[in-house]
Write a protein that binds this ligand. Structure first.
Ligand SMILES: Nc1ncnc2c1ncn2[C@@H]1O[C@H](COP(=O)(O)OP(=O)(O)OP(=O)(O)O)[C@@H](O)[C@H]1O
Ligand SMILES: [Mg+2]
Length: 172
């Protein structure tokens, strides 16, 4: 299905943009997955630091794909120790910035610039058993770009990874 996504040409894919309350959306998303998180013994935290209820322009379905792709990676790379995923939502001028942080095994600095490239997988031994085709973050990047936002990562080996992305406020 994912391959079809690219073969069909991403630009032809229809986006249905709506102005939504992003904080509500993210909380709902976490709620929906709470059973899965519990089952896998994963603690989920959500920190919201926005003082307005401004709406954000989003395609709900596509944004869900972004969140799922990011979280799937966190789940794959949090095999040892405490499993915590932290969401944080902050205001950054005309944008809202969302961070998804995990306590996973991290990404080495040499690989970090390439993780959003299609088919790229950090080729360290610790990743060889995790499967995957290296498309999850490339798709996330395409979707965020179509929203007029940016996506990037920060990571430290042994500490964990943060994926950040921005979305535009509807009115500001
Ligand atoms: N949270 C994370 N912790 C550690 N490494 C990560 C994390 N997220 C991404 N990576 C690294 O970035 C690479 C690219 O991620 P991406 O989601 O695009 O591909 P994938 O997970 O390998 O495959 P797919 O998502 O198509 O199943 C991964 O192979 C992995 O090496
Ligand atoms: Mg992935």
């Amino acid at each position: 299905m994912i391959y079809f996504f690219f073969k069909a040409g991403f630009k032809k894919i229809q986006f249905n943009f709506e102005a939504i309350d992003i904080v509500h959306y993210i909380k709902y998303f976490i709620d929906e997955l709470s059973w899965d998180f519990e089952e896998q013994d994963i603690k989920v935290q959500c920190k919201v630091d926005v003082d307005t209820n401004e709406l954000v322009i989003v395609d709900r379905e596509k944004l869900k794909r972004v969140l799922v792709n990011i979280i799937q990676n966190s789940l794959k790379h949090m095999k040892k120790g405490e499993k915590i995923i932290r969401f944080s939502v902050v205001e950054r001028g005309h944008n809202i910035e969302i961070e998804i942080n995990d306590y996973g095994d991290g990404i080495d600095p040499a690989s970090l610039p390439y993780i959003f490239d299609r088919f790229y997988r950090a080729d360290s031994a610790r990743n060889t058993v995790t499967g995957g085709s290296g498309l999850g973050l490339a798709i996330a990047k395409q979707i965020i770009s179509e929203h007029g936002g940016e996506i990037w990562a920060a990571s430290e080996i042994g500490k964990g990874t943060s994926i950040f992305f921005t979305l535009r406020y509807a009115k500001k």
